[in-house]
Design a protein around this ligand. Structure first.
Ligand SMILES: O=P(O)(O)OC[C@H]1O[C@](O)(CO)[C@@H](O)[C@@H]1O
Length: 381
């Protein structure tokens, strides 16, 4: 896999050597019905795509579209995850004939998603709705059958935050014309390569577990705007998968260079409890400073991308000098294959770290209590 480069300044131990990848999300890669999704997406006559879902039912789609964005698009993407009436209002004001709602809930019971679906249904006459939900019976499935909505199945054993290779993200990607076949193929290749000894997913897992005594915080320092939502996707994967039984590592997303001027002081001189992983990719647009302005003459001939690169390298050097462990993941292309490879790699890393810590990286029992209290309050209010 030559599109992802990984390097670290840390001499870490190889505590994990198992390179098997027998997980539901990886096995599902061979079962996806690409043609059905592409054909359905092509037939959608709309220019607005609204993803109605939260957590794993939204983050991969939003991250993927943000990473792959090609500048001005004729089509628009909206995401109703946070249940904020103001955001819902914006979406309800869109031309319904030009809008498709992709309502996603693995469990089919998430209050934020269902509430917004009910409001959409009530405000718009014959809204164009398509559903992704668990392939077992869920409330959402029954509701969709009753209302004659098209349904895409999310395999039962593929959890929400591991669903980047199901219709949850594939349908929006296909709607915006992205090549979901090469996205999935690259993920399959990561599975094969990892089994065959390719390093990145297992190396990153080893870096995490061997520095964990000291590093209880994982900072993903995204150095391009298009990677910020990718870091957001990673936060859920890392937090919900690994935060249990009294262990876990707090994932933080940070934007370089913006957060050099906001968070770096803490990383440099504050408590040394962080592993800082720079995430970067190429710039496919750039601007060079042609004139000389005293006393900033040294900027003449430098491009904005070059300045950003030098800032990243200098920030990393400064952190290395005070023994803050750093690493960098560099995505060499902005395309579907690189993204598919990256998502799959990080899922493998997460599963491996979970196994090493002897926790189940695929469940999330800790979110249930808050949900129970919410339901009780809503029922009794
Ligand atoms: O897809 P669902 O079932 O609506 O769940 C949304 C999100 O809620 C959670 O269950 C946590 O509350 C996540 O694991 C999941 O991604």
């Amino acid at each position: 896999m030559d599109t992802i480069k990984f390097d670290t300044s840390v001499n870490y131990e190889r505590l994990i050597s198992d390179k098997s990848v027998n997980y539901a999300f990886s096995q599902n890669l061979c079962k996806v019905n690409i043609n059905k999704i592409v054909n359905y997406a092509k037939a959608i006559k709309a220019k607005n795509f609204v993803q109605v879902g939260i957590g794993g039912s939204a983050l991969a789609a939003s991250a993927a579209l943000s990473f792959l964005q090609k500048g001005a698009q004729e089509k628009n993407y909206f995401c109703l995850d946070n249940i904020d009436p103001q955001r819902l209002d914006t979406v309800l004001k869109l031309d319904p004939k030009q809008t498709v709602f992709h309502v996603v809930s693995k469990s089919g019971t998430t209050i934020e998603t269902l509430s917004q679906l009910f409001v959409i249904k009530q405000h718009i006459k014959n809204p164009n709705i398509v559903i992704s939900t668990d392939d077992r019976d869920t409330f959402l499935r029954a509701f969709s059958v009753k209302n004659d909505y098209e349904i895409f199945d999310i395999p039962t054993d593929v959890g929400g935050r591991y669903s980047a290779f199901t219709s949850v993200a594939l349908l929006p990607l296909a709607f915006f014309g992205y090549d979901i076949e090469s996205y999935i193929e690259a993920a399959k290749q990561v599975v094969r390569d990892t089994r065959g000894g390719w390093g990145f997913p297992i190396d990153l897992a080893n870096l995490v577990v061997s520095t964990y005594d000291r590093c209880k915080v994982f900072v993903m320092f995204a150095y391009k705007d298009r990677l910020y939502e990718v870091a957001d996707w990673f936060r859920q994967l890392w937090a919900e998968s690994l935060g249990k039984n009294g262990v876990g590592q707090t994932p933080i997303k940070t934007l370089g260079t913006t957060d050099q001027h906001s968070q770096l002081q803490l990383y440099q001189e504050g408590i040394k409890d962080k592993l800082i992983v720079f995430l970067d990719t190429i710039s496919n647009v750039d601007f060079t400073i042609a004139e000389s302005f005293e006393p900033f003459n040294y900027l003449k001939g430098k491009s904005i991308a070059k300045i950003m690169e030098i800032e990243k390298q200098s920030t990393r050097k400064a952190l290395d000098e005070v023994q803050v462990p750093t690493a960098e993941i560099f995505l060499e292309n902005i395309n579907e294959a690189t993204l598919g490879a990256f998502f799959c790699s990080l899922m493998i890393t997460t599963a491996k770290v979970g196994e090493f810590w002897k926790i189940n990286p695929f469940d999330q029992p800790g979110v249930e209590l808050g949900k129970k209290y919410t339901k009780e309050r809503l029922q009794n209010d």
